[in-house]
Design a protein around this ligand. Sequence first.
Ligand code: SAM
Ligand code: SF4
Length: 474
Amino acid sequence: MLFSPQQYAIPDRRGLPFIDPDEIRAMLLHGDGASTDRIREVVDRSLALNRLSLQETAILLGVRSPRARKMVLEAARELKYRIYGRRIVIFAPLYAGNRCTNNCSYCGFRASNTEAVRMTLTEEQLRAQVAELEVQGQRRLILVYGEAPEYSPEYIASTVRTIYDVHGSGGGINRVNINAAPMDVEGFRTVREAGIGTYQIFQESYDRQIYARCHPSGRKRDYDYRLTAFDRAMEAGIDDVGLGALIGLGDWRFEAMGLVRHANHLEACFGVGPHTISFPRIRKASGVIFPEATAVADDDFMLLVAVLRLAVPYTGLILTAREPDTLRDRLIEFGVSQIDAGTRLEIGGYTSTSEGQELHREQFEQMDTRSLEEAVSRLIDAGQIPSFCTACYRKGRTGEHFMKFSTSGSIHRFCTPNALFTLAEYLEDHAPDELRARGWRLIESHLAGVDPSLRPTATEALAAIRAGKRDILL
Ligand code: SAM
Ligand code: SF4
């Protein structure tokens, strides 16, 4: 028995166990080393825009030969461009506070780490961080918290409201996502009412034994309470959720299967899959020694991303600044749709003048330390469209509506022009002359690819943005 359906008052089939380790291991074993023909068959099914079954996902995760791996990566690239085009959505994380009662073995914020500098932003400090992020050109944030009684749903809701309320000279934040400890249904209702975008939380490991080893004390010890967080969030009306697993705690293939299984569970029970999946890879952290960490090689990590792209074509994939810039630049090609940029992990870091990283002030070591401007510049050089778009959230295209929107092929039709508009605004308001000129050339080149029926509207909107109009969205 994995967990009791009654335990967290989740009714009927929603409470049924959905991570069966034996089933996952059997599928991985069966999928391992499949023939090239079988791998090609699975890849083709994905390219025909079918969701892959767990068995098919296991086949792709078991691909070993460099040739077959290349086939999977190329397919992920093709699928990504077909569905998402060349847009990369940009956001910034904002750490609100790092007090924590848990003892996650991998995290610099764990309660037993006496080296960690503890801090919770006051309302005034929070406003100052947001004002600076707006000046830099950010439009989407993810607020991050430790797990402590003071980070109650009411507190979280108040921080979200504060952020929406800041409208400095740089514009405003249009979407606030949160990454916070699991709540009860009432708690989720409280944060939903504050207008959160995505509720994100990572299971860390879907392997119960590894999970138990890495979470020796604190509320987070309870695997099931975490695993069922999205069920309660959905019950509370939050239909936009982000899954994740911390890659490196256990077998990365098992975690990938856990993620896909979790996505299937949400879709089967609520008719809505996750909006995003994250796959943070473990990094060095203050005073952390990892007896259980099994370093995941870059090649395996790339395969993981490509397989997720093929397995859940309509789910956004997030790659964070935990990865070095060169790898991030490559992985964008193979399925990633969202990145953070200009990230500062230190609490209060966006207004701090300190240059380097100090591990005891941060949750883990950040590898990509480029500024937002540098990241935008690099994307433009690579022919990608940096997007600050929040149109779906603001137009109510979330959850089931977003799923319909995305599967009907509207992503290309609306998202590309919206991305171009937000990039144009960024260039006009935040970029130096040379970057602005390069960015506008990119916009012009992508305008030709906009759906012909929307091209005149898009051309007009872009001219209006050049003339000073703002906040245009389709
Ligand atoms: N405290 C909340 C929780 O644990 O759910 C919020 C999340 S925590 C601040 C954000 C995520 O960072 C964790 O869920 C974990 O996956 C990841 N993380 C923690 N330590 C890490 C490390 N050393 N390297 C990379 N990611 C790490
Ligand atoms: Fe606390 Fe989250 Fe870090 Fe665990 S991962 S120690 S819960 S901040």
